[in-house]
Structure formats: structure tokens, C-alpha cells
Ligand binder design. Structure first.
Ligand SMILES: Cc1cc2nc3c(=O)[nH]c(=O)nc-3n(C[C@H](O)[C@H](O)[C@H](O)COP(=O)(O)OP(=O)(O)OC[C@H]3O[C@@H](n4cnc5c(N)ncnc54)[C@H](O)[C@@H]3O)c2cc1C
Length: 306
């Protein structure tokens, strides 16, 4: 069980940094608490006492939502439920709603934040591949000599390994920036027998844009989680998919190549099979949602990932 003596809810970034400085060594940040609470239980960290918990979810900078023509700025305390409820956000970030519907259950989605998901740095975190296909970057804030400083790091560079990121001591992830891609079709696939409460073994996010005729993919973005130490984009496969006319064969070849990227040591054969099926299904769904020519991706392909 997780216990604390004090639970603070700073209203500004300065108040949060004050609390972090005052309780250095005896405090921990918390946003939705959906990672930190289950971590402090039998079989994981066990009973944990943290003298001071600092809940940063109410700070205005962490609740920004700004949708521009090219870029979306999202506060780190944005809850996953928002990607299903907020129509403008869904349109600008077409991979995120498909990620969010597979994310936990209603109760967890209402609390779990995108910032907490990234900081937790799980190799199979659902939010990471979905943000990677949107060219995600994070803004990290710290305070030095009374002045708040910000630095921007791409999500690809932010993730360093299982549970490891470049977040420094005394830093707060305040914002996530994503490319706004309203013309793209999105998809997200993850392993799980039940829709809710399944934390991914493998997950795949896809975004595609078609050309005017719907016969080629003018842009393809694919990211996979759970097959290596950090979720990653599949750049070579993205390039190969743009180089030829759309067909069932093209998508199947891409999915086959994706299976070769599996680096995890555990359950390798299983993960290879899952990745191949997921990449195929994600590409088919995203292409159809983007309006790809129906004659080029025929119904027979569905039998390959059923
Ligand atoms: C039942 C259940 C189901 C789940 N299902 C899924 C799932 O389907 N997919 C999935 O990916 N995850 C899942 N999770 C994991 C969890 O919900 C997510 O990782 C969530 O996004 C974490 O966000 P949070 O705000 O709750 O993090 P918290 O628990 O509040 O924090 C997590 C860690 O990040 C730090 N932190 C949080 N915010 C910041 C910030 N802004 N700056 C700096 N540090 C910060 C905290 O100090 C802590 O170390 C599930 C968890 C549970 C309990």
C-alpha cells in the first residue's frame, strides 16, 4: 500500500517547484496516480511510504489544449478519456482516439494522464506509439535561481529504456506537442482478450494519408511498442509503403518485415506473429479511414489477420 503524511495540490508551477525543493528526497510527483498506486502493492514495490505526494494535475500549464493548423499543444495532465470525448482533438490527432478506446476502462481513462504514461516509460505503454506517429515532443520544465526554464525533447529521445527517460531530477513534464494531421486515417492495435484492463504486450499505432486518387500512400507513420526496450517508429517500412502503388501484397510485405523488428527476448515467436497481424490490420484500417481506393485493398486481406 502507498501511504503519505502530506498530499499537496499546488495551483501553479512555482508552487510545485517550491514543494519539490522543500521536500527534496522525501516527495514524489503524482498526476492520475494510476501507475504509482498499483506499483505500491504486494508482488511489486510492496508497502511504500512517501512522506509528501505532490499532485500536479491541477496546474493550468499542465491542462493546456491548443489546436493549431500544424501543431497540437496538450498539457501533460490531459486524461486519456479526453481523446474520446473532445471532437476537435480527435480530428486533429487521429491515432489517439483508437489508442484511448483500448486504454484500460472508463474509470482509469478518466484519471490516467498522457504525461504520466510517458514518464512511466513502459516499453509497452499505449500512449507512446500513438504520440510517436504524431512526431511527439515533450516540454520539460525546471526552476533554477528562481527562474522557470523549459526544454523541448522529442518523444523518441525522451525514452531511454524500460522505466528510463531523460526527465531530470527536479523536472516536470508540462506539455506534449503533436503534429496535427486531420487528413490522415488512424488505427491502433493491441494484444488483449478483453478490451479493458489489459496492459499491452504488443501495440501498434498507424497513421496514413492517401494521394488524390487514393492509389498510393503519400504519408505513412507506424510505431510499435512491446517488442524492444522502447517503443519506436518503423522508418524503413514507412518508406517502403510510400514507394509503390497500394495493394494487398504491399501491405502484407510491410507486415512481414515488421515482424523482423521484434527484439524482446521473451515470447519472441508469439510477439512476431502478433506484430505481423497487428501491423497488417492497422495499415488496412488506417488506409480505409484515409479513403484509399477500395478496389486496391480487397476484403480477402482480412482473412490474413483474422
Ligand atoms: C487497471 C489499470 C489499467 C491500465 N491500463 C493501461 C493501458 O491500457 N495502457 C497503458 O498504457 N497503461 C495502462 N495503465 C497504466 C497507467 O494507467 C498509465 O501509464 C497512465 O497513463 C499513467 O498516468 P498517471 O497520470 O496515472 O501517472 P501517475 O501514476 O500519477 O504517475 C506515474 C509516474 O510518472 C510521474 N509523473 C506523472 N506525471 C508527471 C509529470 N507531468 N511530470 C513528471 N513526472 C510525472 C510520477 O511521479 C510517477 O512516477 C493501467 C493502469 C491500471 C491501474
Amino acid at each position: 500500500m502507498l501511504t503519505c503524511d502530506d498530499y499537496l495540490s499546488p495551483k501553479t508551477l512555482d508552487e510545485a517547484f517550491d514543494a519539490m525543493e522543500r521536500h527534496r528526497g522525501g516527495s514524489r510527483l503524482v498526476a492520475g496516480a494510476t501507475d504509482i498506486l498499483p506499483w505500491a502493492r504486494e508482488g511489486r514495490a510492496g508497502d511504500v511510504h512517501i512522506p509528501v505526494l505532490i499532485d500536479i494535475a491541477g496546474i493550468p500549464e499542465l491542462n493546456v489544449r491548443e489546436i493549431g493548423a500544424d501543431k497540437v499543444r496538450l498539457g501533460a495532465a490531459t486524461r486519456f478519456q479526453r481523446f474520446i470525448d473532445d471532437k476537435a482533438l480527435m480530428a486533429a490527432l487521429p491515432a489517439l482516439p483508437f489508442c484511448a478506446v483500448w486504454f484500460a476502462d472508463d474509470q482509469i481513462r478518466e484519471s490516467a494522464t498522457i504525461g504520466g504514461n510517458l514518464v512511466n516509460a513502459s516499453p509497452a505503454a499505449d500512449g507512446t506509439p500513438a504520440v510517436l506517429v504524431h512526431d511527439g515532443a515533450v516540454v520539460l520544465a525546471s526552476r533554477r535561481a528562481g527562474k522557470i526554464e523549459r526544454r523541448r525533447v522529442t518523444v523518441a529521445d525522451f525514452m531511454q529504456g524500460p522505466g528510463k527517460s531523460v526527465l531530470g531530477d527536479g523536472e516536470i513534464l508540462i506539455e506534449v506537442e503533436c503534429a496535427a494531421l486531420p487528413k490522415h486515417g488512424g488505427a491502433f492495435e493491441k494484444v488483449g482478450h478483453r478490451r479493458s484492463l489489459v496492459i499491452s504486450t504488443v501495440c501498434v499505432a498507424a497513421l496514413v494519408e492517401r494521394d488524390a486518387a487514393g492509389e498510393r500512400l503519400s504519408d505513412v507513420r507506424l510505431a510499435v511498442g512491446g517488442v524492444g526496450p522502447v517503443p519506436r517508429r518503423m522508418d524503413k517500412i514507412e518508406a517502403a509503403l510510400k514507394s509503390r502503388r497500394l495493394s494487398n501484397d504491399l501491405l502484407e510485405e510491410a507486415a512481414g518485415t515488421a515482424a523482423d523488428l521484434v527484439a524482446s527476448r521473451t515470447r519472441q515467436e508469439y510477439r512476431r506473429e502478433v506484430v505481423q497481424g497487428f501491423v497488417l490490420r492497422a495499415l488496412v484500417n488506417a488506409s480505409r479511414r484515409a479513403g484509399a481506393c477500395e478496389k486496391l485493398i480487397t476484403r480477402e486481406i482480412e482473412a490474413r489477420y483474422a
